[in-house]
Design a protein around this ligand. Structure first.
Ligand code: FAD
Ligand code: UDP
Length: 376
């Protein structure tokens, strides 16, 4: 009989969800993380009374009522609705692309029909052609004017590549609406946990052993010895010592400033969609909590950058080469006995938070079923 049923590597959302479910079923769980804090990339820190999202702005949104009910056990969610604005030069537009955007772009647009007249005129340059890259996809979706003002610069900064060399699917997830509605997401449920994500994850991990500043790879044999099974949420290529090659990522640099003013930009998220500045977004954290009273504000400038060793891995590069390599690693992982691979790093997937929780639910259920089959 080993000391723990599960050793969970990573105290992020995947690890915390899995650990919570196992603990609830009476299992002994140890969670380790190499960082000095829990919550992985959804970690928030209280600075001057403001919950600062240290690894990028995180807005919880989902259509899945099981996921929504699950997270609501650990935190109360506020009514935050993401409605970023885009700035190019000295012009401001509403996002996502909706009637407010169209009415500002074209001064004779009042109705959906007026907007559609402009967009369909501009789409003619595609001449019915199937889009083969991001530029063509954007023009066929929304026309050249909006592409050049609100998509081209942002996307080229984000990916450091010309839009003609990027796959079309990247912008398919951006909503286009012929109603006056600035809600960035279509999901039924949305909000930010009151008191921050770190508190929410602490609640999930309540009663579970957690060791921070602890790297799994410093002591693999020991961890395999003390636990029946490993739940691994770190990078999949690292687990296999990069034996098949290195999976590529895009990273971000965050520049955070505390300012002695109440309200810097009047919105939580402002996207900078032109090449005149190198950052893509400025986040003003207090607006996630409707705070306009406190005397200071905390703002973060977000600069996309190539990944280099020692940086955080943020965005998967889903080109043919990396997708193939990820498949090969998944094949290796499926043969690894007593290890469950889960989360954005171990699955090499761009996952929203609700997807990560769903993935942890289903991996835990598979585990329960497998155990049951063994006993039957
Ligand atoms: P992580 O949070 O990365 O957790 C993995 C943990 O494993 C880390 O804490 C790491 O330190 C630890 N670890 C790794 N290797 C080891 C090791 N060898 N030993 C010990 N510990 C180890 N989703 C949304 O739904 N809404 C949003 O608005 C949103 N915004 C985002 C903004 C940005 C900039 C980015 C990049 C992502 C955003 N996401 C958003 C996605 C969200 O961040 C992820 O879905 C979620 O954080 C993934 O959780 P995870 O547990 O898989 O990974
Ligand atoms: N995008 C854009 N302009 C914007 C915001 C997003 O062109 O103002 C494009 C860009 O290509 C980006 C993609 O839409 O990579 C997805 O944006 P989303 O906001 O979903 O990105 P994430 O939250 O993942 O950073």
């Amino acid at each position: 009989m080993k000391q723990y049923d599960y050793l969970v590597v990573g105290a992020g959302l995947f690890g915390a969800t899995f650990a919570h479910l196992a603990k609830k079923d009476g299992k002994k769980v140890l969670v380790i993380d190499k960082r000095e804090h829990i919550a992985g990339n959804i970690y928030t820190e209280n600075i001057k009374g403001i919950q600062v999202h240290q690894y990028g702005a995180h807005i919880f949104h989902t259509d899945n009522s099981n996921v929504w009910n699950f997270v609501n056990q650990f935190a109360e969610f506020n009514r935050y609705t993401n409605s970023p604005v885009a700035r190019i030069g000295n012009e401001i537009y509403n996002l996502p692309f909706n009637m407010n955007t169209f009415a500002k772009i074209w001064d004779d647009v009042y109705s959906p029909e007026d907007a559609w007249r402009h967009i369909s005129e501009e789409r003619k340059e595609m001449d019915g052609k199937v889009p083969s890259n991001l530029e063509e996809q954007a023009i066929s979706l929304i026309g050249r004017t909006i592409y050049e003002k609100l998509i081209k610069g942002y996307t080229e900064k984000q990916w450091n590549r010309d839009c003609k060399d990027l796959p079309a699917f990247i912008i398919k997830r951006l909503p286009v609406r012929f109603v006056y509605d600035n809600n960035y997401f279509n999901d039924k449920y949305q909000g930010i946990p009151v008191g921050g994500y770190t508190n929410m994850v602490a609640q999930m991990l309540s009663g579970i052993d957690v060791q921070l500043n602890t790297n799994f790879f410093k002591n693999v044999d020991y961890y395999k010895e003390i636990a029946e099974k490993i739940v691994y949420t770190g990078p999949i290529d690292e687990y296999f010592h990069y034996s098949l090659g290195v999976l590529e990522w895009r990273s971000l640099k965050f520049e955070t400033k505390i300012l002695a003013e109440r309200n810097y930009q009047g919105n939580a998220v402002v996207n900078y969609t032109g090449h005149e500045v190198d950052y893509t977004r400025v986040i003003e954290h207090k607006h996630f909590e409707f705070d306009t009273e406190s005397p200071n504000t905390v703002v973060t400038f977000e600069y996309p950058t190539d990944y280099q060793e020692g940086m955080e891995k943020y965005y998967t590069i889903n080109d043919e080469k990396n997708n193939q390599l990820a498949l090969q690693y998944r094949e290796l992982a499926s043969k690894e006995s007593n290890v469950i691979f889960g989360g954005r790093l171990a699955e090499y997937k761009y996952y929203d938070m609700d997807d990560v929780i769903e993935s942890a639910f289903s991996k835990y259920q598979e585990e329960v079923n497998e155990k049951k089959n063994r006993l039957d």
